[in-house]
Write a protein of this length. Structure first.
Length: 288
């Protein structure tokens, strides 16, 4: 008998992940802070519940992917939150990009209640969620990971346990540090190529097939040329991630100057009113 999945967060990422679970035959219960954003997945067969606690009560595995650490705190520890109903038969998986310290707090609280928990942020954006090719970086105990991996495989191409609680979040920070570099590099490549009078599409084709090829160039440069700035990943969420990465780096006495500069550029972009655009909108600092 297939486990019933509770899913909290039906945004750009969550909706696609839910659809993969439904297509695999899992019963899925859902909650979202804005109810009408769950209408599409409910129409596809998910069952709506009014609180995270209710979702938990009627589910075996509860997955969450929401916006910010404060949202994670609310759905886990708030009134009618996940922990109000969680018991020893549950596995709780937070896939929000959040802080390692919050992941550890959830783990410690869960352990006291006999509840298995995992932190499992993802990379791959809206395209990866739609295609079921997300990279899922997991922190927690081996037993919980083994019990949850088959579920995570439904929307992931690579699922790995990176270590104890918080390790998934630390791995995602490493991922975001790398993306900060590829996004600024991709943007400046386009700016330079245009200023030099080159055929930008030809430049992308050739440079992308060499050692400068990367995910940002392949996926975001074509969107920029189409002036498509819709969010596969919001500017405001990337700023949140970079701040977490820099805070964690400071705790480890690390200086990350390139990441600091990327954060400053994205904050400047948000200050111009583009916080709800996709991260490829960084080009607007030059081509606005």
């Amino acid at each position: 008998m297939m486990k019933t999945i509770g899913f909290i967060g039906t945004g750009v990422m969550g909706s696609s992940m839910i659809n993969h679970l439904l297509q695999a035959g899992y019963p899925v219960n859902v909650f979202n802070r804005t109810k009408n954003k769950a209408d599409a997945v409910v129409a596809d067969g998910a069952v709506w519940y009014d609180t995270p606690g209710q979702v938990t009560k009627y589910s075996d595995v509860v997955i969450s992917i929401v916006g910010y650490p404060k949202d994670v705190e609310e759905i886990y520890f708030g009134h009618n939150g996940i922990f109000s109903e969680a018991d020893s038969h549950h596995i709780l998986i937070d896939m929000t990009t959040s802080t390692p310290s919050l992941a550890k707090k959830i783990y410690d609280f869960g352990k006291e209640k006999g509840v298995q928990t995992l932190d499992a942020p993802v990379s791959g954006g809206d395209k990866g969620a739609k295609n079921g090719t997300l990279t899922t970086m997991v922190g927690g105990d081996q037993a919980a990971f083994a019990a949850a991996k088959d579920i995570l495989d439904n929307f992931s191409s690579k699922v790995m346990l990176q270590g104890p609680a918080g390790s998934g979040q630390h791995t995602k920070m490493a991922n975001q540090i790398m993306i900060a570099g590829t996004m600024t590099g991709m943007t400046e490549l386009l700016v330079y190529a245009k200023a030099a009078g080159l055929d930008i599409e030809k430049v992308i084709e050739q440079v992308g097939s060499g050692s400068a090829g990367n995910w940002s160039l392949s996926n975001y440069a074509p969107r920029i040329l189409k002036e498509d700035y819709t969010a596969g990943f919001f500017v405001k969420h990337f700023i949140k991630d970079l701040k977490i990465a820099l805070d964690e780096a400071e705790k480890m006495n690390l200086d990350l100057p390139a990441t600091k500069l990327a954060a400053q550029l994205y904050e400047k972009l948000a200050g111009k009113g583009f916080e709800n655009d996709g991260t490829q909108a960084l080009i607007k600092l030059w081509w606005g």
